[in-house]
Design a protein around this ligand. Structure first.
Ligand SMILES: Cc1ncc(COP(=O)(O)O)c(C=O)c1O
Length: 386
C-alpha cells in the first residue's frame, strides 16, 4: 500500500472495496496512477466520464463559470441554468420539457418517486428484480436488494419487484394503488441486461392503458452511452418521468428529473435542493451537451460499441457465458467470479468495473478509439483463457 492509500484507508469508513491503485490524472480514455503507469479506462467513473477525462471544453466552461458565479439558489433566476434547461428540452424524448435539477442519481430517483406519488395521489411503485436505482432510503426501496431492508429497514413501503423483461409480470403487479412503474432500459448494476423492444414498448402501452406513470431511469444509459442520446430513443419511448445523472456534468455532480405532460401540477415548496441547478454544474452540463453534439458522441458510441461487442464476442473461451450490451455499455458474463480477471486486467493496464460477482462491465469514455478497444479485447482474451 502506498502512503496515499494508507491515509485514505485510515480516515474513510471502509465501506468501499477498493483496488490497490491511486489514480492521479486522466485524459480522454486514459488514466495514470501515482507511479506514472498508464491505463485504458473502461470504468469511466462508472459511466460518468463520457466526454473523456480532462475534456478541454468542459474544463474551460467550469473554470470560466467558477470565476463568474458558482452558487445561486433556485429561488433566484440564473443565466446558465436557463441555458441548460432549454438545451435539455431539446435532447430529451418528446414531451419531457420540465426539469428538476439535483446532484446525483439517487437524488433524481427520490424526486421522481415523490413527483409520481404527488401527481397520482397513489403510493404504489412497481420496480424490477435486479433493478438498481441508488442507495438512499427511497431509492433503496426501488433497488432490488433484499438484504437492505434487513439492515436499514423499515424502508418506505409500497414497492413491488417483478421479473425484468416479462410483460405479464408487470401487468399482474399493477393495481389500483399503483402510481408508477420504474425501470432501466438496460439494467446496469444488475449485470448489463438490455430490455427487449417488445417488453419496453409493451410496458409503456400498459402504463398508458392502466393510467399509471412510466418512470425510466436513464442515470447510467443517458447522455449517449447506449448509442442514442437517451436509450428511450432506440424504442420510441416517451416516458412520463425520466431520471438522469452520471455523465450529465462531465464529472461535476449533477442529476435531473425530466417530467412530461401526464405528470400533474407539482405543488410548490414540496421538494428542494440547495445545490440543485447551481451555475457551476449547469455550465459543466451545457459544455457536455455541446461536446456531445459537436463530436457526435452518441453516434460514435453506437459505432465503437458495436465494434467492441463484436471483438469481445469473438473471444473463444469456456469461461465466458455471454457477452451482451447496447452501445458502449457492455457486459461479459463469466462462469466464474470476476475478481481475478479484474486484477489481471489492471496489472495489464486496463481498468474494468464489475456488475455483480460474475459480470465484467465495460463503460469507457465515449471517445475511446478502436485501437484502444483492440488492446482491451486482446487483454481480455488472454485473461479469460488463463
Ligand atoms: C440506473 C441507476 N440509477 C441510479 C443510480 C444511483 O446513482 P448515484 O450513485 O449517483 O446515486 C445508479 C448508479 O449506479 C444507476 O446506475
Amino acid at each position: 500500500m502506498s502512503t496515499i492509500q494508507e491515509r485514505e484507508t485510515r480516515y474513510s469508513t471502509g465501506i468501499y472495496a477498493k483496488r490497490e491503485v491511486t489514480i492521479v490524472r486522466g485524459e480522454g480514455a486514459r488514466l495514470w496512477d501515482e507511479t506514472g503507469k498508464e491505463y485504458i479506462d473502461c470504468i469511466g467513473g462508472i459511466g460518468v466520464a463520457s466526454v473523456g477525462h480532462a475534456n478541454a471544453k468542459v474544463a474551460a466552461a467550469i473554470a470560466e463559470q467558477a470565476r463568474t458565479l458558482i452558487t445561486c439558489h433556485e429561488l433566484l433566476y440564473n443565466d446558465r441554468r436557463a441555458e441548460l434547461l432549454e438545451k435539455l428540452a431539446q435532447v430529451t424524448p418528446p414531451g419531457l420539457d420540465r426539469f428538476f435539477l439535483c446532484n446525483s442519481g439517487t437524488e433524481a430517483i427520490e424526486g421522481a418517486l415523490k413527483f409520481a406519488r404527488m401527481s397520482t395521489g397513489k403510493s404504489g411503485i412497481v420496480a424490477t428484480m435486479r433493478g438498481y436505482h441508488g442507495r438512499t432510503l427511497g431509492s433503496l426501496s426501488a433497488t432490488w436488494d433484499p438484504k437492505s431492508n434487513e439492515i436499514f429497514g423499515p424502508l418506505p413501503e409500497g414497492f413491488k419487484h417483478v421479473a425484468y423483461n416479462k410483460l405479464d409480470a408487470i401487468e399482474e403487479a399493477i393495481d389500483d394503488a399503483t402510481a408508477a412503474v420504474l425501470l432501466e432500459i438496460v439494467q446496469g448494476e444488475g449485470g448489463v441486461r438490455p430490455g427487449s423492444a417488445a417488453y419496453l414498448q409493451g410496458v409503456q402501452k400498459l402504463c398508458q392503458e392502466r393510467d399509471v406513470l412510466l418512470i425510466v431511469d436513464e442515470i447510467q444509459t443517458g447522455f449517449g452511452r447506449t448509442g442514442a442520446f437517451f436509450a428511450c430513443e432506440h424504442y420510441g419511448l416517451e416516458p412520463d418521468i425520466l431520471t438522469m445523472a452520471k455523465a450529465m456534468g462531465g464529472g461535476v455532480p449533477m442529476g435531473a428529473i425530466a417530467i412530461g405532460p401526464r405528470v400533474q401540477q407539482i405543488q410548490r415548496g414540496m421538494h428542494s435542493s440547495t445545490f440543485g441547478g447551481n451555475p457551476l454544474a449547469c455550465a459543466a452540463a451545457c459544455a457536455v451537451l455541446d461536446v456531445m453534439q459537436t463530436e457526435r458522441l452518441p453516434e460514435r458510441a453506437a459505432e465503437t460499441g458495436a465494434y467492441f461487442l463484436e471483438q469481445l464476442k469473438k473471444i473463444d473461451s469456456k469461461q465466458i457465458r455471454e457477452v451482451r450490451g447496447l452501445g458502449l455499455m457492455i457486459g461479459m458474463e463469466l462462469r466464474t467470479k470476476v475478481g481475478p480477471a479484474l486484477r489481471d486486467l489492471m496489472e495489464r493496464g486496463v481498468l474494468v468495473a464489475a456488475a455483480g460477482t460474475t459480470v465484467l462491465r465495460f463503460l469507457p469514455p465515449l471517445v475511446i478509439t478502436p485501437e484502444d478497444i483492440d488492446t482491451v479485447a486482446a487483454h481480455v482474451a488472454e485473461v479469460v483463457q488463463a
